[in-house]
Design a protein around this ligand. Structure first.
Ligand code: ACO
Length: 424
């Protein structure tokens, strides 16, 4: 695959402009997942709430899910692990990344974004980074943004991560919700290419009139955390399951149909649908029954992971690739729905080779060394920032040190403005 990248060594301004004049396509060239170690079965849940393995299997298709129980596992750590794997598969260094997008409803913090933590851990100094909240549709929303950035020429490499630890926001006394969700992360690297294909079309939708159907009521500006919000379990997910089910069936069918039509394809030309993994009955009713797409063309893995929200589609995509269900030349549809309410679908003409020769050991070692270096650099910058503030004291203080700091800060900002790269 020929990547239309402005990072090619030796490519000058004219060469880059010529490359920009050729049609650009947004290809998925790397992929990876990360899953918590702990497996929680339906029987485990039946010891917590009034439910049974039989009820959960027959109503949802879920048999078990992964749960982030170790303090070392969080949305950011899972996202970083999945992102590193995607870069390894693509054989692209983190230094080439232009943008990091993290789709999540369970971010590491309200602020800063989880994407910034990923950017820092990867050591991606040129990358912009932001989170995207479209609930379970978030990953496909992220792909749509990545495609636009690449096609416009604003970015050559965009990392799109879907990462969640929603089990940390579940009410473990509510059998309507606690049986459904699991934790995990999936990531893809979207790259500019001159090879026709890749992400052909994206369809995004929303209906905020259904915002009350699936929500975490407190923790935002409407209800900041108080003793009362905690006592009333308002920081946990609440859902009207039946209403979401009805919406989901229609949204997934409409989204798939629209994305396929927008790509100039027919449903018969679709080789594989990777739907959001919420409930096997939703997938059956929408994609299989309404759109009449044969079951063997639909990828399902929710029996092992439950609903991992924004992570569900990239995790399923990676598993479909591993299972040999994705081949170059095939047409794929990824379709999701979620809180908001939101829905999103994308049609992809897959081009990247899926069989990879294992990288030589030194490449992995080099990559690992790069991450260690990024971590050391980050720690150093943090310490240096702190030490500088401690030694110099507050800026504008009427002391010699205060005046010195003001002068240094002014000099630094002038240098930042005039240096050739905008790297900080
Ligand atoms: N175990 C045993 N019984 C249960 C359980 C449970 N875990 N949960 C509900 N029940 C009971 C109900 O109380 C009800 O009992 P009743 O008839 O005595 O009142 C009965 O089972 C049927 O309940 P329903 O809600 O009608 O069950 P339904 O078949 O609709 O399945 C479910 C419920 C699985 C939640 C389904 O509605 C669903 O999957 N909805 C979509 C949810 C979803 O996908 N959400 C994620 C969106 S993505 C995102 O953004 C996070």
């Amino acid at each position: 695959m020929s990547n239309a990248t402005s990072h090619q060594p030796g490519m000058n301004g004219v060469g880059r402009q010529r490359a920009m004049l050729r049609p650009r396509y947004a290809q998925i060239v790397g992929w990876g997942t990360a899953l918590p170690e702990r497996i929680v079965t339906n029987d485990d849940l039946a010891r917590l709430v009034d439910t049974s393995d039989d009820w959960i299997r027959s109503r949802t298709g879920i048999q078990e899910r992964r749960m982030a129980t170790s303090p070392k596992e969080s949305t950011a750590t899972l996202a970083i692990q999945a992102a590193r794997e995607a870069l390894r598969v693509a054989d692209v260094p983190a230094s080439s990344l232009d943008v990091v997008i993290c789709a999540t409803t369970s971010p590491e913090y309200l602020c800063p974004s989880t994407a910034c933590l990923v950017q820092n851990a990867l050591g991606a100094p040129r990358a912009g980074a932001f989170d995207l909240n479209a609930a379970c549709s978030g990953f496909v929303y992220g792909l749509s943004v990545a495609r636009s950035l690449v096609l416009s020429g604003d970015a050559d490499y965009v990392l799109v991560v879907g990462a969640e630890t929603l089990t940390r926001f579940l009410d473990w006394t509510d059998r309507n919700t606690c049986i459904l969700f699991g934790d995990g992360a999936g990531a893809v690297l979207v790259a500019a290419s001159h090879e026709p294909g890749g992400i052909l079309s994206c369809v995004l939708g929303s209906d905020g009139s259904g915002s009350d159907l699936l929500m975490v009521p407190a923790g935002g500006s409407a209800h900041p955390p108080t003793m009362e919000t905690v006592a009333n379990r308002m920081h946990m997910l609440r859902m009207d399951g039946k209403a979401v089910f009805r919406f989901a069936v229609q949204a997934m069918a409409d989204g798939t149909r629209d994305a396929v039509a927008k790509a100039g394809l027919s449903l018969a030309e679709v080789d594989l649908v990777i739907p959001h993994q919420a409930n096997v009955r939703i997938i059956q009713s929408s994609v299989v029954k309404q759109l009449k797409i044969p079951e063997q063309k639909v990828f399902v893995n929710l029996e092992r992971y439950g609903n991992t929200s924004a992570a569900s589609i990239p995790i399923a995509l990676c598993e479909a690739i591993e299972a040999g269900r994705v081949r170059p030349g095939q047409n794929l549809v990824l379709a999701g729905f979620g809180a908001g309410l939101t829905w999103a679908a994308t049609a992809i003409h897959w081009c990247a080779p899926v069989e990879r020769t294992p990288a030589p050991w030194w490449k992995d070692a080099q990559r690992e060394a790069g991450y260690q270096l990024a971590s050391a650099r980050s720690t150093w910058r943090r310490l240096a920032r702190r030490a500088y503030a401690d030694v110099m004291g507050p800026a504008d203080a009427p002391t010699v040190r205060g005046r010195l700091r003001t002068a240094i800060d002014a000099g630094r900002s002038a240098w930042q403005t005039h240096k050739p790269s905008s790297r900080r």
